[in-house]
Write a protein that binds this ligand. Sequence first.
Ligand code: ADP
Ligand code: MG
Length: 439
Amino acid sequence: MTDNLWHNIIQNLQGKINSQDLEVWFAGSNVVSSSQERIIIEFNDERKKNHVENFYLTQLNDAVHTLLGRSIKIDLITNQWQPPKPYATISLQEPEQTPPLPTTNQNYTFDSFIVGSNNEIAQAAALSVAQNPGTENNPLFIWGGVGLGKTHLLQAIANKLQQEKNYLKILYTRSEDFMNEIIAAIHKKETSHFKLKYRYVDVLLIDDIQFIEGGKVTQQEFFHTFNTLYESGRQIVISSDRPPKNLTYLTDRIINRFEWGLITKISSPDLATRINILKHKASSLNLTLNEDLIYFIAKNIKNDIRNLEGALTKAKFLQQHMHTPITISNISSILNDYIPTEGIKKQITLNDILLKVAKHYTITKDELTSKSRVSKLIQPRFVAIYLITQLTSLTTKEIGRQLGGRDHSTIINARNEIQKQIAIDPQLKSTVQTIQASL
Ligand code: ADP
Ligand code: MG
């Protein structure tokens, strides 16, 4: 990244400044940001900065011009949060590093990201940001549930930029780290380091923004960072487990900023995409699984893609270390570890459904099955019947019998009625989905 640029600049300066002076005045300095318009060089001591400004600016400009083929604005700054160190202990070979950045996983690339109908817009937007940061889709806001690829996409942007545009300063951070740094800086009354780190980057990627909370000052600092970057055409990419308007603890003015750019959702992958992901992952694990097995896994693990990976890793372990052949039956036991809530072919009973429906509507199970025609019981009873017909293998006759001896035509009628209403009443649809999810 910019370390590389700095290394080249120093090398170039070696022909222009004698080595002792170079060592004394440039040790502990580094390029903290470089973009098309300017380079920011940070010194760990005010005296060094001033000296370089007074005596070596021409050489510095020349070096940059030689390296980049054009003139570019150079700003010199100091990082006053660090006490100056004695010159003798610093060597140019090991420049003083600013605090380490969280590293990105090199496997999270665009190449290894499977595109499906659930994520194609998010993927296209992320790719366009990686190709042309700071131009359109700024800020880019990607949201979606756990394990659906948000971190993968953010890091794919960072990795691609680092590879192809290493003159840009890219910063990937988890929002907890970002927030803790703000809090620590405020606590120590030393926000200059924080500002330096975050306000001079070209691309800022903040993962899981829902973890940013905290008081007014934290939010203010975040807001100003955001504005500074945005206004100078820097790219901001944010991920979240929910859409901006549901980030209730963030102030409206921040949420409003998110809405300036592109907001895009990653949904759960459909069956075809899951099969695709499994095939790719299996082949990268050198694992041979036949179509039936792939289909079986894909059918049973629906949401978190991490679980698809986990199941494959465990299958590989069984196959290669325990020499156990992978069959549908032994893969079922593997899958059970990954779907604690759904469970493989978990049997939902009529009783489970009655209890959940009763709980949802705050009535009793007996009321549900009773003969009473009180109006507050009608819809819950219909919903219960609908869910029983959908989620169990009981016949309508059997359901009628277990529901206080009703005729099977009553059951069919109730089921059809709810089916019809769900199609036109989103509120009812969501109620039914909520109850179903709780089972
Ligand atoms: P999130 O940040 O949304 O919780 P991650 O990005 O951590 O999810 O993804 C979880 C795992 O699933 C990672 O190992 C990631 O590489 C993988 N993954 C997610 N989406 C895809 C995809 N579309 N193609 C390939 N792998 C994916
Ligand atoms: Mg993540």
